[in-house]
Every structure is written in structure tokens, then in C-alpha cells.
Design a protein. Structure first.
Ligand code: F6P
Length: 358
């Protein structure tokens, strides 16, 4: 067994789940335990389990069959130690309790698998005296200082398949199909799935849109004999100047999904029929793609190496074909959105995709 400066770790998954979390747990735990003899405590329900002492030692048997499984075997929550729901209502700072439990569990380091919120919560534990090591996961792909997050590739594949399937029904009915994708305040998912699926317009938070511009691109397609148009819209996308709560955007009585607003307005502007699909949590479910399995395995095993070296308070970031340990303070509280000069935006524009901005 190789030498290790770490003897006992806790591992938790926090924030929204995504495909690849179990593959990453497996990689961290198998490498940490098998190669370095590190004992692994699985903490349940994200930071809530740390505060409420829900954990158990993970044995070899627990680590089998995880690679292909969606969700997270450790379950998750959006609990924040520094803003924890108080019994009588309101919130209370439980950072101190989380750190006391960390010490009582005899941990050398807490491994947190999560997105932007988790990186921030983890940093607060570091400031309170715990050792932490994080991995970047999220279908939103918006964690700072990493090329990519695991979970993203799978969500892109699901979004792409949805667009593929919308094509034939759109064509049959001569319709506009508006597909809403997740992504929070970043457009990575809508952009990647939109380009891969060949959407005719892609609307993302980074580029405020004008629906008159989108409508004109759809009319132009119609004039050229194209019987349908597909619009991929990120849940966080907004029109120039923001949404106006008048009948321009809210006249459908179908809730406030951006896709609904976009669909109804495009119907009015083009005279064509529009239909709306909100893909929702389907994007977060099921088995990870091979790419996500590879990423989760690479980053998870790298985390074990860092633990053995006693290198804490970093995020294991993906860099090209490899990985890099990035100080957590450079990641926490930051969001990576799509740069306006991103080559995928440029490529899409060149092939005639509308972003609703010109
Ligand atoms: O961060 C992942 C994500 O799926 C976002 O794309 C989405 O905005 C959000 O989580 C939904 O959160 P919840 O699971 O709390 O409804």
C-alpha cells in the first residue's frame, strides 16, 4: 500500500444531483481505500448529513455497481451550513456544528462533490478550520476554473436527443418547436445541445434576445420552404430589457417558463403554430455517458492522489486531457458563463443559427 498523509475522509454530494456522481464517489473511494488505505465515511444528504450526523463507513461492497448508476448513492440536499433552516423558522449558522462533527468523526479531510453553491459552502468550512477537497459536478457546467464539470456531457446528450426527436414532429405539422433546457444562469447546456441538435435559434442568458429578430429568421426559413424551426432556449435566458409582465410575454396562462413566453410571442409574430417542451429534470436523470464516466473517474482518482499527498482546500479541475488542483478560494463564489467570443457561438453564427441579437 502506498504512503498516505490522510487516514480518514468523509465524502458527500451536495446541490442538484447529476449523472456521474456515483462514478466519482466510486473513483475517489476505490483509489483512496485500495491504493492508500484511507478509511471512507459516506455522509448522507449533503451538508445536512454532516450537521445532523447521518453517515456510515463505506465498505468495498458499497462501491460495486456504481459506475453506471444515475443519481447519488449518498443522496443530496441544497442545505447550506451557514444558512441552515432553524426549527422555529428562519435560518441559523450551523458552520460551527458542522466543524465539530467533522472533528468528532476524526476526519483529515471532507471531500465535497458539487457545483458552484457547494464550492462556496465548502470554502466556508475551510474558513472555519476544516480541510476540504472538492470536485466539480453540474449539468450547468458553470463552475469556475475547470474546463468542464461531470454531468454536463450526459445532459447535452439528452438535450440533443430531444431536439433530434422534435425535428420530425415539427416538420410533420409545420410548427415552431421551442425547447427549454436547464443551465441556471449559464447557457452552456442550451448552446451545446442546440448546436449538436441543429437548433435554428439558440437563446442563452449571456446574449439578451430580441424575439423580433428570431421571428424574422423563422419567417425567412418559411419563405425558403423550410416547414419548421427549432428554438433551444436556456431557462435563464431573457429578452433585451428583461421580461415585461404584459400580454407580450404572459398571455398563455401556462406558467412563467421562458419557453412558454417565447413560444406564444413567436406565434404572434410569425403567424405559425408554436409548441413548447420544457425538458426539466429528465436532463439530470439516468446513466452517465462514457465521457462523464471517464471524467468522473479521472477527477476522482486524482482526488485520492491529492489526499495521499495531504494537499487540501483545492478543487480538482479538469484541464485538457489532465487535471489541476486549483485553490478553492479561486473557485468559491464565482460562476463561469459562456464567453461571448466562444468558438461554438462563432461556429453556430457562421452556419446561420440565430441568437436573437442581430
Ligand atoms: O444546478 C442544476 C440545476 O438542474 C439547474 O440547471 C436548475 O436551475 C436547478 O438545478 C434546479 O434546481 P432544483 O433541483 O432545486 O429544482
Amino acid at each position: 500500500m502506498a504512503q498516505s498523509k490522510t487516514t480518514r475522509i468523509g465524502i458527500l454530494t451536495a446541490g442538484g444531483d447529476c449523472p456521474g456522481l456515483n462514478a466519482a464517489i466510486r473513483a475517489v473511494a476505490k483509489a483512496a481505500r485500495g491504493e492508500y488505505g484511507i478509511e471512507i465515511l459516506g455522509i448522507y444528504d449533503g451538508f445536512a448529513g454532516l450537521i445532523e450526523n447521518r453517515w456510515r463507513v463505506l465498505d468495498w461492497d458499497d462501491l460495486s455497481g456504481l459506475l453506471t448508476l444515475g443519481g447519488t448513492m449518498l443522496r443530496t440536499s441544497r442545505a447550506k451550513p451557514h444558512m441552515y433552516p432553524a426549527p422555529g423558522g428562519g435560518v441559523v449558522d450551523m458552520t460551527g456544528v458542522a466543524c465539530e462533527n467533522y472533528r468528532a468523526m476524526g476526519l483529515d479531510c471532507l471531500v465535497c462533490l458539487g457545483g458552484g453553491g457547494t464550492q462556496k459552502n465548502a470554502m466556508k468550512l475551510v474558513e472555519a478550520g476544516c480541510n476540504v477537497l472538492t470536485l466539480p459536478k453540474t449539468i450547468d457546467n458553470d463552475v469556475a476554473r475547470t474546463d468542464v464539470c461531470f454531468g454536463f456531457d450526459t445532459a447535452v446528450a439528452i438535450g440533443t436527443e430531444a431536439i433530434d426527436r422534435l425535428h420530425s414532429t415539427a416538420d410533420s405539422h409545420r410548427r415552431i418547436m421551442v425547447l427549454e433546457l436547464m443551465g441556471n444562469k449559464a447557457g452552456w447546456l442550451a448552446l451545446a445541445a442546440g448546436v449538436a441538435g441543429g437548433a435554428d435559434a439558440i437563446l442563452i442568458p449571456e446574449i439578451p434576445f430580441d424575439l423580433e429578430v428570431v421571428a424574422e429568421s423563422i419567417r425567412e426559413r418559411d419563405r425558403r420552404g423550410k416547414r419548421f424551426s427549432i428554438v433551444a432556449v436556456a431557462e435563464g435566458a431573457e429578452p433585451r430589457g428583461g421580461f415585461v409582465d404584459d400580454d407580450q410575454y404572459v398571455d398563455a396562462g401556462e406558467g412563467h417558463h421562458v419557453a412558454t413566453r417565447v413560444g406564444r410571442r413567436l406565434e404572434k409574430l410569425t403567424g405559425l403554430e408554436a409548441r413548447v417542451t420544457v425538458l426539466g429534470y429528465v436532463q439530470r436523470g439516468g446513466s452517465p455517458t462514457a465521457t462523464d464516466r471517464l471524467l468522473a473517474t479521472r477527477l476522482g482518482s486524482a482526488a485520492a492522489q491529492l489526499l495521499a499527498e495531504g494537499e487540501y482546500n483545492v478543487m480538482v479541475a479538469s484541464r485538457g486531457e489532465g487535471w489541476k488542483a486549483v485553490p478553492l478560494e479561486k473557485v468559491a463564489g464565482k460562476r463561469r458563463t459562456v464567453p461571448l467570443d466562444h468558438e461554438l457561438i462563432a461556429a453556430a453564427r457562421l452556419i446561420g443559427t440565430s441568437f436573437g441579437d442581430d
